[in-house]
Every structure is written in C-alpha cells, then in structure tokens.
Design a protein around this ligand. Structure first.
Ligand code: RIB
Ligand code: CA
Length: 313
C-alpha cells in the first residue's frame, strides 16, 4: 500500500524537484500539500505548488496556504538569491497562471484534521520552515500519537550549517517552531545536511533528467539552471546541486538507503547558534531533548538512481 504523505514545503526549486519525484512515484499517496514562507513568500510558494500540480496533471491533490512568517521572530526575508524572486528560478511566467485555488482553511487545521481522520496512516514531510507543524501541534497535541511518522528535511547535526556556521535554513528561520516539532515526542527522522550534502546532482546528471522529456522533467530542466548558478556562485560548485527535499522522500521510499544515528536532539532557539540541531551523543537523557533518528550516512548512488528511475517512469 502507498504511504500517505502530507507534504509541507516552500517551493522552491528543490521542493519542486521533490514534488515531481514524489507525485510520479506509485508508492506515495499525496493527501495534501501545505505551504509556508521560506524560499519565497508563502503566496509565491502556494502559486508555485498549484503550477507544479497542473504541470504534473495532479490537480486532485489539495493545497493549503500556510504561515507567512515565523512564530515569534520577525520575518527576515532572504529569498531571491538561491531560488529566484518567484521561487522557481524566475521561470514561473513560462507556465499558465494556475486555474486551481488553495482550500479555504488554515494549514494547521488541515494538518490536524487530516492526521486525526487517518490515525496511524499519515507521514508528515516538512521540507520548509516548521511553522505550520508547530501551529498544528499547538492546536491539537494528540496528532503526536496519531501520525505514522514525521520525516523532516532540515537540520545539521555533525556537519556545518548552510544558514549559519551551525544551522540549516529550515530549522534556523523559525527555530522556535523547529524546537516545538523536534521536542514533540513523535517518531521523527531528520534528513538534514548530514546526508543531503552527500548526494550531488552533477550537471551531467541534471542533463540526463532533462533528456527524459516528459512535462515534469521539462519543468525541472527550466528551473534547475538558476539553482545551479546559485550553487556555483555561493558554494563554488561546478553547477552541481543538492536536491535536499527530494532526499526526504527517498528516505520514505527506501529507508535502507540511509544510516541512522538515534540520539536526543535539542534545537537551540536563541543567539549565534539559533537553529543548531544539537545531538546529545553522550547518551544521557537531560533537559527536554527527545530522541530522534538522524540520517548520518547515505547510499548516494542509490538515491540518485531512485530519483531518476522514478522520473523515467
Ligand atoms: O537548507 C535546505 C532547505 O532550505 C531546503 O528545504 C530548501 O528548499 C530550503 O527550504
Ligand atoms: Ca524546501
């Protein structure tokens, strides 16, 4: 039976690449997509999601617009540089304005109602800021016992961050929400920079995706170059990119491709280290940190083959 997933993201080029991958995989059943600020505004992220679903001919998947800013801190917009002003490498004008609309419901309410209506069945996949999930937890704490699993793209435990020396962007940009999500006590797996930065999509690999020649890969071929140029500029790469969000879905599809270190993790919320996902490797239970599974190793070729084979269909 397909895994029922509720995808919570901020498309976003790697979010879009993840969505096309997930929507094409027969073992994933999208019960909904909630959006959040992050790579772009929540309005653009929502519009992009609708555009992606139309391009993939999957307008059956409900979309809900979520948080426009962090729980406590003022919004510190950083969009534009990595994903373009529109979140899709400034290519969204190439596709028709979506004719579909997001549902008229709060994202937290949608998350709660979806989980509670399907006890033990829904895997939450937050691949943007954790704000919507934190609000859902506040609204109905019993979702903790009723989810199947929470697979987060975010965090950096034993490697440097990308938004600060120690913090990954999804965790740092709403560290208070991340702390709520990480300390909730639900079964949580972190697919963070510890593994996502070990799965490079080289220019040759991206070309091989573009050559597949279906609507989903044509879309990827249009948006990937902006992300490649950003990686070249800010990470000194040769156009190699890291498709973080897709790897969270790869974990759901084949956890055997990943090695897990299970330790308590504490999310720092303040100061220079805000957003640091601190692993307590001393194996002691202290403070309010909760044990989670941190992906620390990955079969990169296996993930890349899974991604491309799925897009080939
Ligand atoms: O740090 C990478 C994460 O931040 C990805 O989810 C990317 O889409 C951005 O949201
Ligand atoms: Ca994302």
């Amino acid at each position: 039976m397909a895994t029922r997933i509720l995808f919570d993201g901020d498309p976003g080029i790697d979010d879009a690449m993840a969505l096309f991958f997930g929507l094409l995989h027969p073992e994933l059943d999208f019960v909904g997509i909630t959006t959040v600020f992050g790579n772009t505004t929540v309005e653009f992220a929502t519009r992009n999601t609708l555009q992606i679903l139309e391009a993939a001919n999957r307008t059956d998947v409900p979309v809900v617009m979520g948080a426009s800013h962090p729980l406590l801190k003022p919004l510190a917009p950083r969009w534009g540089r990595i994903h373009g002003a529109d979140g899709l490498g400034n290519q969204s004008h190439l596709y028709p304005t979506p004719t579909t609309r997001p549902l008229d419901v709060a994202a937290a309410t949608f998350i709660v109602e979806t989980v509670m209506a399907n006890p033990g069945e829904v895997t939450l996949v937050p691949v943007g800021r954790m704000t919507n999930l934190a609000l859902a937890l506040r609204l109905e704490p019993r979702i903790v016992e009723n989810v199947k699993e929470v697979v987060v793209m975010g965090g950096a435990a034993f490697v440097p961050g990308n938004a600060s020396p120690v913090a990954e962007a999804n965790i740092r940009e709403d560290a208070h929400a991340s702390n709520i999500v990480f300390s909730a006590g639900w079964p949580l797996v972190m697919v963070g920079l510890d593994v996502t930065m070990k799965v490079p999509m080289t220019p040759a690999y991206i070309n091989s995706i573009a050559e597949i020649g279906r609507p989903e890969t044509d879309f990827i071929a249009k948006i990937a170059p902006f992300y490649q140029q950003a990686y070249a500029q800010f990470h000194n790469s040769d156009g190699t990119i890291y498709c973080h969000d897709a790897y969270a879905l790869a974990y759901i599809l084949n956890p055997g491709l990943f090695g897990i270190t299970r330790v308590p993790v504490y999310v720092e919320t303040e100061g220079l280290c805000a957003g640091f996902t601190v692993p307590d490797t001393r194996n002691r239970w202290e403070s309010d940190s909760v044990e989670i599974g941190i992906c620390t190793s990955v079969d990169a070729d296996g993930v890349l083959d899974l991604y491309r084979d799925t897009l080939k269909g």
